[in-house]
Design a protein around this ligand. Sequence first.
Ligand SMILES: *[C@@H]1O[C@H](CO)[C@@H](O)[C@H](O)[C@H]1NC(C)=O
Length: 317
Amino acid sequence: MKVLKQIFCMSVISVLGQVHCAVVTPQCPSSGYEISILGWMLQGHIYKTMEANSPLGCLFACREDDRCQSFNWVISRHLCEFNNRTKEARPKDFVSNTDRFYFRRYKNRVPLGSIPELPAESCKEVMASEEQAVSGKYWLYTIKDNIPVPAHCEMETFVFKLKLVLSSLLLFHLFLRKDNNPTNLKHLFINICVSECLHYQSLTNGNRKVSHGSSPALCDKSLPHGWYRFQGNAGTKMPTSCVAPHKCSTHATGWLNSAHPSVEEGKVTKKVCFSWGSNCCRWSINIEVINCGVFFLYHFRGTPPQHPCNLRYCGTD
Ligand SMILES: *[C@@H]1O[C@H](CO)[C@@H](O)[C@H](O)[C@H]1NC(C)=O
């Protein structure tokens, strides 16, 4: 049931296209943020590549080109691969790739087949690509000489809905095939429009985890200020319920005293409580937290000045 819900959430994101968001970062002057799918790419439809400092560069370049339907970001090479199709139009070409992520253009994407520069293979492809496709004139290319020709497409609503269901099933199947642990589905999205989500440091030491004992007693007073992600042996995030003291290789254990934010909430201020004796919140400090989709980021600026050591931020799975 949980899996179905997540699949549903995923399709809601793509059907609604641009999700409106109260937080508009300077990097994303459109309305709000956009989301990509980590570990996947669309293959066989790359019409252009470009080097960029960050995937945001690809996003802006994509918005300048009518042909651009989506792009892949090559993580290791800092390269944008612009696609003239979406994964909806070509679900079979959407494949897993650990060095890339896929990003569908939401803002002002030109509907497939609507201009001669972006002809579709068939009416069926237009239907798959465009949720709102209506019957009418479309540009299709002929297999023989690759020249776009105008054609009339009849969009059957029932068939269209059936196709949507089928393509969701195919995607569902792809996700399951990639990763047999369905709970990992929710870790597919990365918010590329919050620049912090692309530049952070990782906390990976297993002694940071709530399951670890108190020694050696360490203190986060001297942890350099910055954005941190819990990764590897440290877990994936901060605990959101009281942690007993003498864990996480420290004396007083730091935990987030409210739920993590959603992606839509952007950057939010949250309280971290440090548990000591029988008091779950003997000391506290405010930090900033971001839900990057795939992971959470925490902005740590030392420990509470009134009692800095030994206090430490804990991780959990
Ligand atoms: C789309 O890109 C492919 C290359 O991946 C190219 O062969 C094809 O001609 C392009 N189609 C259009 C309409 O630009």
